[in-house]
Design a protein around this ligand. Structure first.
Ligand code: FRU
Length: 466
């Protein structure tokens, strides 16, 4: 019996023992049944169905040798657990099947991932290929790219796409001077790859020192531009930005494929909340660019989250639609999520006179001018004033209050709540703030302030996995 099959059998036994009482388990966001989940991987609409794979340590609430878990859906909101897709069984992946992506190659679902290998004096990385057959069985084809010269063992997270009859791949990398980079490769076969060059990174394209490692790149055309999503590690915190342990953001530019040159604009964070990292996008059959992110951040105080007492940790964000409008990347909750809404209730009154509304799983659209605040349970506070938005909560390690900011005029907020998470979409997609929070009791939102608000409120149905 294969390693993946043995593990699947053991996991089923563990899952059957889980109890129902789990107040922080999301009702409609994706979360691992057991163990630690991190990056979304292999996001694709393949033969009409959505597949989302994910970084998974099914054996503990800790990082370590990673596996690929797998969910499948026909509608982006009701998801089904699939058998474990990849387990680190071979020498070239001994310390984890790290992040990667999926493509449709002549009707075969084809996966790319990083085989992570650690040894006493360091580490190396192989970019690997695997295929999924119609029954869901995964066959590994082994490494297709070895470590390029001039880089440390931190070269990973292949994102593959097709452009004008060729395949392209971006990789996150660290050079020997410990500068974060993005490498561009091309291929005709998916098995032989040529390195075209560095297209972005620290000390490139007008950036100065911009981090020691860049993880999880994703490059795609949007409108008449190309967008590079990437997670640079090592950016020093500023007064109101780059406040998480590691950042996740984007550059807008135009990729010259022949010259492997990507002149681009400034770095913008994708999400200004407490938890967001390693997003991955795909193009749906209808042409929409959709994104899932990990609602977590590596190397933060993540492992102190109280769900570990129930044997699991971390969730995905909701699926988001990306567009480029007036040179800005906009993010909106995927329109499919509206199917979760139950009856709408509307309020138009001063903030302080609004009733406390249950937000265990709820959506709120708040239109306002003026100053007001909202407390979600006792665990998270949102303040809206002339400077913008301030989100605060207590740090899990120190117990001290910590803050995240969005600066600008706020006219409309779309707030999605799911037991232990909140996602705040600002001004119809101009900005997002996402956070996990762990209230003592079933959370209600309690309002303060004399500003007049218009609030549309829906309870959301459960959208979770069978
Ligand atoms: C990002 C990351 C990736 C890596 C994976 C390992 O969170 O560090 O660079 O492939 O997680 O789980």
């Amino acid at each position: 019996m294969s390693e993946a099959k043995l593990i699947n059998r053991a996991l089923k036994a563990v899952m059957n023992r889980q109890t129902g009482d789990d107040p922080y388990r999301p009702a409609w966001h994706l979360s691992p049944q057991t163990g630690l989940m991190n990056d979304p991987n292999g996001f694709i609409q393949f033969q009409g169905e959505w597949h989302l794979f994910y970084q998974w340590n099914p054996l503990a609430c800790a990082h370590g040798a990673k596996y690929w878990g797998h969910w499948r859906s026909t509608n982006l909101i009701d998801w089904q657990h699939e058998p474990l897709a990849l387990a680190p069984a071979e020498e070239y992946e001994s310390h984890g099947c790290y992040s990667g992506s999926a493509v449709d190659h002549n009707g075969t679902l084809t996966l790319f991932y990083t085989g992570n290998v650690k040894f006493a004096q360091g580490r190396t990385a192989w970019q690997c290929l695997a295929t999924v057959d119609r029954s869901g069985e995964v066959t590994k084809a082994g490494p297709v790219i070895s470590l390029p010269t001039g880089y440390t063992g931190h070269v990973r997270d292949p994102k593959v796409w097709r452009h004008q009859n060729r395949w392209y791949m971006v990789l996150g990398a660290q050079n020997l001077a410990e500068q974060g980079k993005v490498l561009l490769y091309s291929s005709d076969t998916l098995h032989e790859w040529a390195l075209l060059g560095e297209i972005a990174g620290s000390h490139l394209n007008g950036l100065g020192d911009f981090g020691y490692m860049w993880e999880c790149p994703d490059l795609f055309a949007l409108g008449d531009k190309d967008v590079l999503l990437v997670c640079p590690q090592g950016l020093p915190a500023q007064e109101k930005k780059w406040l998480n342990a590691h950042q996740s953001g984007y550059f807008i530019g135009s990729l010259d494929y022949a010259a492997a040159h990507f002149p681009h604009g400034e770095f913008h964070e994708l999400d200004l909340g407490f938890e967001f990292y390693a997003p991955q996008t795909t193009a749906g059959d209808d042409g929409r660019r959709l994104l899932f992110g990990w609602m977590g951040v590596p190397d933060a105080e993540e492992l102190l989250q109280p769900t570990t007492a129930k044997g699991w940790i971390h969730i995905m964000t909701c699926p988001r639609e990306l567009t480029l409008e007036q040179g800005r990347l906009m993010q909106r909750p995927a329109r499919e999520l509206q199917q979760l809404r139950q009856q709408r209730v509307c309020y138009q009154q001063t903030a302080a006179s609004l009733p406390a509304l249950p937000v265990e799983h709820a959506e709120l659209v708040v239109q306002s001018t003026g100053r007001w605040s909202a407390c979600f349970g006792e665990a998270l506070t949102l303040v809206c004033d002339e400077s913008g938005l301030t989100l605060s909560r207590r740090n899990l390690r120190s117990g001290e209050a910590e803050y995240r900011y969005w600066t600008g005029d706020v006219s409309r907020l779309q707030i999605l709540c799911d037991r232990s998470s909140i996602e705040i979409f600002i001004n119809d997609g101009e900005g997002v703030m996402s956070a996990r929070y762990f209230p003592q009791a079933t959370p209600k939102v309690v309002w303060q302030g004399e500003a007049r608000l218009s609030v549309d409120y829906w309870q959301l149905r459960s959208g979770m996995v069978v």
